[in-house]
Ligand binder design. Sequence first.
Ligand code: BDP
Length: 684
Amino acid sequence: VDGYALWFSNTEVATAATHPTGFYLEGKSDTRAIITAELQDGLSNLFGTEIKRQRKVSKGILLLITPQDKLAANYLKSGELDKLEEDGFLLKKENGMMVIAANTEIGLLYGTFHYLRLLRTGEQFPVRLEERPKFDRRILNHWDNLDRTVERGYAGRSLWQWDELPSKVDERYQEYAKANASVGINGTVLNNVNANPMILSEEYLIKVKSLADVFRPYGLKVYLSINFSSPAQLGGLPTSDPLDEQVIEWWQQKVAAIYKEIPDFGGFLVKANSEGLPGPQDFGRTHAEGANMLADALAPYHGIVMWRAFVYNPTEEDRAKQAYNEFLPLDGQFRKNVIVQVKNGPVDFQPREPFSPLFGRMQNTTLMPELQVTQEYLGFSNHLVYLGTLFKEFLDADTYAKGRNTPVSSISDGTVFKDSITAIAGVANIGSDPNWCGHHFAQSNWYAYGRLAWNHQLPAHKIAAEWLKQTFTTDQQFVNAMSRVMMESREATVNYMTPLGLHHLMGWGHHYGPEPWCAVPGARPDWMPSYYHKADINGIGFNRSSTGSNATAQYFDPLKSMYDNPQLCPEEYLLWFHHLPWDYTLHNGKTLWTELCYRYSEGVDQVKVFQDVWRTMKGKVDEQRYQEVESKLETQLKEASWWRDACLLYFQTFSQQPIPSELARPVHQLEDLKKLKFDMKHHN
Ligand code: BDP
């Protein structure tokens, strides 16, 4: 059991539920064939008896139906599915039958996977249940390069075997599409945002088409990241100025060529004028002018542009404020088919950040959240960190944009501002490793991202339990114990890496281990940890209050005044917004220094508990995955104490205070830790 089967691994027999005598689904199509195969295999395995597609409808059967089907009038009331839109589905019990109904075949496929999930998690077929996704576009972003390396990927090489495509189409693509469909993910950006212009060459478009053909029956649309200077770099034009006639025409032709091959192509993702990449500003144009030009080329085909707001420059201005400063003035200037894609936090996928203040402020532009599923700053695929809680914390965060109770989720899902398209993106953690994600538990982050993109109201613990049951076993003891571990895991990581609002203490470039001391001559200051922690003998933290960079002013009240005042600022963001003296007193009466010592130690202790809990699971899960998780936990524990020692010993050189005697002693010397050279090869 190597994890290849993802959340379809558990084949224990479902005994609790009543099984249908067979299923009925009329017509033929690729999607219907997939539904048939999934049900035939899934139901037969789960119930331990063969359950087949039938030629007739009869009592006791599972009926799958859309309004276009011949029997629709007999089984669907008029208007019954109106609210479901394209992707939703209805499950109901009627006339002694179980019915899955949807407006489209893809809706039926989602309904099928939902039913199978209910069975796999020990639930019954509901009397009546309607589901409809919260976001229209639920997209994965692959940061995959054409040479099959993956930026911030820790699960082997890229899944896409460009050299073999289009003539050889790996079976794995289908498994990938199925996994996505099973959680409702309906879009995939195949290539890195740091885009190689070659992706738009004829040679590559044929390869892209062959992937799109595999994904289509699963409802998974293909999108591409583009390089803004493709007209010059690939097309040989003298410029890539978005207002230049020739450039405009180049893009129009390119877009036409794409849609000729891929009629349901989703659109472009663009990283422009960010971290050295080209963009409209190179030609004196704004982000809006750049995005709109592409949007106009895509509009006739209903394609969209996802334009990233991840921009910052090494200037005097606080990095955390820059995306807001750059994009807010452009509010209202973007075309209807442009979505501005904003990372969850204002800096960069840290273990914890407050939400980006663009959510709620940019009211006349469609925004989409970008979450990171891959653990760039959270221990790669070596640490067990369940991100369901991180995603939820962000989605549930109240922006106060329209008074109380206007969370990020309702800002971006079209509830508060009536957006014509709604979308969400997650940076994938998937690679060619046998178990897809490097760490068996990292699969839960792909799963959780999909489930939350479908329904951001699902509680993180429910998703964790669902995933555990389908991936390992429904054994209650196992599920209870391991969902507690998962639920606590992100907080543990925050504790041993960056407690109390600290951030970006990771080593430069690789972003793996602790290097709060890191200072690379000539490197960008805003890529150095000291830019963020600002530790000195007076204290630690980034003053973003009104006496500092005033990033707090980017938030709505009451957040603005809460964040601005260290007494009122939630402690998890304390050093994000404030530089405070080492002996500053926290609410629990401890000084800042002492509390830091406690938090770091607690993080290590938490991992120790995770390891102890996992050891009691021996025998409940297969030996291979047991051992592999066990060995990763061993690494995580070692590295948690590496983090604690490195940060505490380094910050101690400023605080000049002892580590409280009741806490464990550091096991490393600061000087040795500083000498550790991180070997990237080892981790890829
Ligand atoms: C940072 C990564 C970098 C990405 C960049 C981005 O370190 O590799 O290219 O974000 O999102 O998190 O564009």
